[in-house]
Design a binder for this molecule. Structure first.
Ligand code: GLA
Length: 732
């Protein structure tokens, strides 16, 4: 640990875990820090007002780069004071700030201005911690910067009350990020709704603010806490600058992207300040979520790949080398609540023949859970459905060479349940007001420690008493009455933070006690996917929508922000329950195979031919699985409004690759466009193994990388819903 003082001069290079790449350099003479992370550099310094000012966020700087001591910018008119014109790293509300403050507090006397000044800084490995303090009151904020070799910088803060009175934090953001001044930025975000998550939106930024947020108590299907900003007319999938980021928080959040009067763009994100108030007694502190961001000059595709590598290397529980996800079977769409020992064993036996590695019982196995109207909260095995408990089923699944998983929705309660009858006060509510039910259920107030203990207790018991390898952790509604009357009035709004902290706490405790347990984050599909929950969960369910055509778009959007190994994708039956669309089985498989494959159809109804197709394609999937899940994704032809799409994955060592090509719907007999590959070694020769040679008639068995990327491959796909794949192996 080094304490950096103003007296030091010259560069101090902190030796971090990847020091050469990630050094944090401090230029004491200029009071400037240069942070390197992957192909990005980020520079900040202390200005003449003692405030932290952003100096640079962009391509990696050479070791010789130097910056002058930052100077705050003058007011440009009497309406635009210094605090509005200067790109500040972390700014308290005050001084006439007309934009989002990074922090806003109120003092006990009603004073609400906060003027943060630099105190000191410390570099520890790849982490820089800077302390700032209000000019008058002993309110401190620690600002953290952690550089990751994948090319991501994490920023977050800790607000500390060292005064003698109680203060209230009214807005607590993790960071403000400032972009170089320019008027031609495009903002991409991921929006949606239940059954239609991960829709990529791109819009031109203009003066004013774009607010991406969830006020729902959880991450939400409607907007994901991810953004990417490109340069209009310049940034494409494969080239051009992209500034991107995502917030690691599973509660209400907000990211505000503002273009100021001076055409500067600033991005501020953290806890959603809506309905927010967090009191800090003397000595108390509040930490904000991690806000991760990066930069690449190589387009949206590389921005995604940086995030994928980062999640696998730094976020996921099995970091830095997550195992491949097993092929799972889940009967939800086939049987819904009608689960029982005999039926599930019969399905498991069929699943085993296909090459499935994990069988998951979904909703319906516990309490009086025959419909969605009852039983949530009563986590004991239903004796009519499983008269001998879960053991015979689990034993059979093991004997078939698979492991066993089970669905839970721990944070919820049906009013028609023993739990609710015993503890009606555990459901979140505003006393004396109606409780709004959604899917006939209420949200348990997990901010309460007794609820936390109860939830951990039943999950621990379930996993300890049964050989359970996997939990599908569901969360099927948003908050409506976020009341918490068991704590003093001024504490009640801390529910937004304490609920999520307890959720993370339960997940962490469970994993600690059961280190082999794996968990999926599901929230009626993709309602809770973010880098916060991903620290404790191994995979996610991106959407309840399993229609293969919709999934192509959903998966395209998903992979902009999250790694394909997280992206569970099931093959389900047709007509699809949502769109009523009928799509051939091989197309459904090929779509699901571009993520983590699962099978969710009613195998009792599959014909011998369908079973044969499924077995063959599952075997093919297992061959390409490490490349798909843990490789580098190239979106060669984006799905969306177009008739065609193609994706390629290249293994991290470059030795193998796989390309999937999809014809959604043919028009005018148009041939499938030539697919040019990406990310290969131009000088290497690759052996090509098509899944079905008839669909790539002109394919030679060996081809050079430059030719594959230049000339490309012609697929002979025809009609509606035709798809195929080709494997590549690099020859020495
Ligand atoms: C949610 C999930 C589904 C299924 C049901 C069960 O909708 O997203 O996959 O588990 O709950 O009730």
């Amino acid at each position: 640990m080094q304490k950096i003082g103003l007296l030091l001069s010259g560069w101090l290079i902190a030796a971090g875990s990847a020091a050469a790449q990630n050094a944090i350099r401090y230029d004491a003479a200029q009071h400037v820090w240069q942070i390197g992370a992957g192909e990005m550099s980020y520079v900040l310094g202390v200005n003449d007002q003692k405030a932290l000012q952003t100096l640079y966020w962009g391509p990696k700087l050479d070791g010789g780069a130097s910056f002058a001591t930052p100077k705050s910018l003058p007011e440009t008119a009497s309406f635009d004071p210094r605090v509005a014109t200067t790109p500040l790293e972390y700014v308290g509300w005050g001084g006439g700030l007309p934009y989002e403050p990074t922090v806003k507090i109120s003092f006990p006397d009603g004073n609400r201005s906060l003027h943060l000044e630099f105190v000191d800084a410390k570099i520890t490995g790849d982490e820089l911690a800077i302390t700032v303090k209000d000019a008058l009151a002993p309110v401190y904020v620690q600002l953290f910067y952690h550089a990751y070799p994948e090319g991501v910088l994490a920023r977050w803060s800790r607000i500390e009350n060292r005064s003698k009175g109680k203060i209230t934090v009214e807005q607590a953001e993790s960071a403000t990020w400032n972009l170089p001044a320019r008027t031609t930025y495009d903002l991409s975000s991921l929006t949606g709704r239940w059954g239609a998550e991960w829709q990529l939106q791109t819009e031109a930024l203009h003066p004013g603010a774009v607010v991406l947020e969830s006020r729902r108590g959880s991450t939400s299907h409607q907007v994901n806490p991810w953004f990417a900003i490109g340069s209009r007319g310049e940034t494409t999938e494969t080239a051009g600058p992209v500034w991107f980021g995502e917030l690691g928080w599973s509660g209400s959040w907000r990211i505000t992207v503002e273009q100021t009067h001076a055409d500067r763009v600033r991005i501020t994100g953290g806890y959603n300040p809506f309905d927010f108030a967090y009191p800090l007694a003397p000595g108390e502190s509040l930490e904000t979520p991690r806000f991760y961001a990066g930069y690449t000059a190589r387009g949206n595709g590389e921005a995604s790949r940086i995030l994928h590598r980062f999640q696998r290397g730094q976020i996921l529980p099995q970091r830095p080398t997550p195992k491949v996800r097993p092929v799972l079977f889940n009967s939800w769409e086939a049987t819904e609540f009608a689960v029982n020992e005999e039926g599930q064993i019969a399905l498991a036996e069929k699943a085993a023949k296909l090459g499935v590695e994990r069988v998951v019982i979904d909703d319906g196995w516990f309490g009086q859970r025959n419909t969605d109207r009852a039983g949530l909260g009563d986590w004991t095995v239903n004796p009519h459905k499983f008269p001998h408990g879960l053991k015979p089923m689990i034993d059979r699944v093991h004997a078939l060479g698979m492991d066993f998983g089970i669905w839970v929705e721990p944070e919820m309660v049906n009013p028609d349940s023993d739990l609710y009858r015993k503890h009606p006060d555990w459901a979140m509510n505003f006393p004396g007001r109606p409780r709004t039910e959604a899917r006939n259920q209420l949200v348990l107030n997990l901010a309460r420690d007794d609820v936390r203990q109860y939830v951990f207790g039943f999950l621990d018991k379930l996993v300890s008493e049964n050989d359970i390898a996997f939990l599908k952790w569901d969360y099927n509604r948003n908050w409506s009455e976020p009341g918490w009357d068991a704590v003093p009035l001024d504490q009640q709004k801390t529910i937004y933070v304490k609920y999520v902290e307890n959720l993370y706490g339960i997940l962490a405790d469970l994993r600690k006690k059961h280190p082999k347990l794996e968990i999926e984050s599901c929230s009626g599909g993709g309602g809770r996917v973010d880098d916060g929950i991903l620290r404790y969960t191994d995979q996610v369910w991106p959407s309840d929508n399993t229609d293969a055509l919709d999934r192509l778009v959903i998966q395209d959007g998903f992979t902009h922000a999250y790694s394909p190994n997280l992206m569970m994708a099931w093959v389900t039956d047709v007509p699809n329950f949502l769109d009523r669309r009928v799509i051939p089985l091989d197309f459904r498989f090929l779509v699901a195979m571009s993520g983590s494959l699962g099978i969710g159809g009613n195998l009792n109804k599959w014909t011998p031919e369908e079973m044969e197709t499924a077995t063959r394609l599952t075997a093919f999937y297992k061959e390409v699985r490490p490349t798909v899940q843990l490789g580098e994704l190239h979106r060669l032809m984006r799905s969306g409004a177009s008739e065609t799409s193609a994706v390629e994955y290249v293994s991290p060592d470059g030795r193998s690759a796989v390309v999937f090509a999809y014809l959604h719907s043919q028009h005018y007999g148009r041939p499938f466009p030539t697919v040019r590959l990406d990310g290969l070694d131009p000088a290497a020769t690759y052996r090509l193994t098509p899944l079905d040679a008839k669909k790539i008639p002109g394919l030679t068995s060996e081809r050079n990388g430059s030719q594959l990327m230049g000339e490309g491959i012609d697929f002979a796909l025809r009609g509606d819903y035709d798809a195929t794949a080709v494997r590549l192996e690099r020859l020495k």
